[in-house]
Design a protein around this ligand. Structure first.
Ligand code: DLZ
Length: 166
């Protein structure tokens, strides 16, 4: 696990892995340099927290806009719902000359939140919403940590939370 993931926000020492928890990591292919780094950090973080390899599934989607469809399909599965596991969605939306980033970011964030509540499956918003590639690099293993690792830790924590409630 990258040390950067612990610089701020989520502290892994407070998290204990729920037995048998399963995790799906869904990564967009757009801006693959960034999303590959998010994906690898997420998987390494899960492994570092004791999740066996056969309890980690990886999926790729074309872009961040497609994350909700995959998240919806996965989150309704028994192996992820009701505290059984979590879905970690990863992407990198970089601002361009148009407003595309705003539409993608907002719709994806809202959709993922809705899907999580609908199926009682934690769905992580591991999408970088940056103005430049440099900002994204800083958050994909650079000076600002790795959002993939943060999302993985949040996923583990949310499985425990749901198990304590459901
Ligand atoms: C079209 C598009 C653009 C312009 N930029 C990004 C981006 O920065 N990050 C990303 O993940 N995806 C981008 N996409 C692709 C859309 O997410 C989507 O895959 C396509 O519009 C097809 O539905």
């Amino acid at each position: 696990m990258s040390d950067n993931s612990t610089k701020k926000g989520i502290k892994p020492t407070k998290i204990s892995l729920s037995e048998g928890a399963r995790f799906a990591v869904v990564a967009a292919r757009w801006n693959a340099e960034i999303t590959d780094a998010l994906h690898d950090a997420a998987v390494e973080t899960l492994q570092g927290q004791g999740v066996p390899d056969n309890f980690i599934e990886t999926y790729r989607v074309p872009g961040a806009f497609e994350l909700p469809a995959a998240a919806a399909a996965l989150s309704r599965q028994d192996r992820y719902a009701n505290g059984a596991g979590a879905v970690i969605c990863l992407g990198a939306v970089i601002k361009g000359d148009t407003e595309h980033d705003r539409f993608i970011n907002q719709s994806v964030a809202e959709a993922l939140q809705r899907i999580a509540a609908e199926h009682l499956t934690p769905v992580m918003f591991g999408v970088l919403t940056c103005n430049t590639m440099e900002q994204a690099r800083e958050r994909a293993g650079g000076v600002h940590g790795n959002k993939g690792a943060e999302a993985a830790l949040a996923a583990i924590e949310m499985v425990s939370v749901l198990r304590s409630i459901c």
